[in-house]
Write a protein that binds this ligand. Structure first.
Ligand SMILES: Nc1nc2c(ncn2[C@@H]2O[C@H](COP(=O)(O)OP(=O)(O)OP(=O)(O)O)[C@@H](O)[C@H]2O)c(=O)[nH]1
Ligand SMILES: [Mg+2]
Ligand SMILES: [Zn+2]
Length: 301
């Protein structure tokens, strides 16, 4: 039988098999080589399941993945932490305020989306809390990249119709810092989900995120959405400093035009990228982000 991993907790998986949810374990040989910290299957995986009892089974094989979203797990020994796989779109959610929006988060998420073969989508939520102008300032660096941008208020409904339309019949994951409103957005497009949400002030009581595991849901009108726990720090994984520019679509036409073939676009003379920033063809906020991420990748290595 074929199924799709809905949620993983430890070595137990919830698998959707023929429209019902089964509790499944991993076949022994799949567990071999699996580190304590990372699982050989993650939410979104398509798997082969052999039934063992009523709605229980053993996962025998994992199908090849069409996309993945990963980050460098924090800790002394970095490793790749795959958050979910086989999704088509990555909705990068930031709040217009509360918590304060961070361009760095959006930029890093776009890099990992492109790397993992996901279509990036930007969603500015909580637009009810700020002026139109403030939202415009936030979205400006992303307007010309060609990625869809949604401006929503999950509590007041602004922009929710369009946002919902973008998710029907697709596989979509939402990512963002804790408290930006990921679960509230998903509840807004499908009230039946009943995902837990929490006020920001109350969330610090135990230092816990409201959503704690990646969880896939099927939309009534077709498609899957994945709610994910808040990400505090999105450390890039598998990107070398010299490769970073290739994950900036607006830099692509300029690459190869710098004086030096291995230009880092940070300080070299006759750099086509820096010239484009100076005369406004490249958003300076994006370029400043590039510099910061480049520096963080160099210190990781
Ligand atoms: N004003 C306003 N508040 C919102 C909006 N969307 C969500 N909130 C509030 O923001 C708080 C956090 O929302 P959640 O949906 O729990 O945030 P989350 O991103 O899922 O957080 P984690 O699960 O911890 O990652 C809740 O109090 C929501 O009611 C919005 O559009 N406007
Ligand atoms: Mg949540
Ligand atoms: Zn250059």
């Amino acid at each position: 039988m074929q199924g799709r991993i809905i949620r993983v907790s430890g070595l137990q998986c919830l698998v959707e098999v023929e429209r019902s949810h089964w509790q499944c374990e991993l076949r022994g040989r799949l567990k071999a080589g699996c580190r304590k910290t990372s699982s050989p299957v993650v939410a979104g995986d398509w798997v082969d399941v052999v039934p063992t009892a009523e709605r229980t089974g053993v996962i025998e094989a994992v199908h090849p993945r069409s996309s993945k979203f990963s980050r460098g797990a924090s800790g002394t020994r970095p490793f790749e932490q795959i958050l979910f796989v086989n999704m088509e779109q990555l909705v990068i959610v930031v709040a217009a305020c509360q918590p304060r929006p961070r361009h760095g988060f959006i930029d890093r998420a776009i890099v990992m989306a492109i790397k993992g073969n996901l279509q990036p989508v930007v969603c500015i939520n909580k637009v009810d809390l700020v002026s139109h102008q403030a939202v415009g300032i936030l979205t400006a660096p992303y307007e010309d990249l060609g990625y869809p941008i949604y401006r929503t208020s999950a509590v007041q409904g602004d922009g929710m119709g369009e946002f919902k339309e973008a998710l029907i019949n697709r596989s979509t994951a939402v990512v963002g810092q804790s408290g930006v409103g990921k679960s509230t957005l998903l509840n807004g497009i499908e009230p039946g989900l009943g995902l837990k949400t929490k006020e920001i002030m109350k969330r610090h009581d135990r230092g816990r995120h409201t959503t704690t595991t990646v969880h896939l849901f099927k939309l009534q009108e077709g498609g899957y959405v994945a709610d994910t726990p808040g990400v505090k720090e999105l450390r890039l994984w598998g990107v070398k400093p010299a490769e970073l520019a290739a994950y900036y679509p607006e830099l692509e036409p300029l690459l190869g035009q710098c004086q030096f073939g291995d230009c880092s676009h940070l300080h070299e003379p006759s750099c086509a990228v820096r010239e484009a920033v100076a005369d406004g063809r490249i958003a300076s906020a994006r370029y400043e982000g590039y510099r910061r991420i480049f520096a963080s990748l160099s210190s990781d290595a």
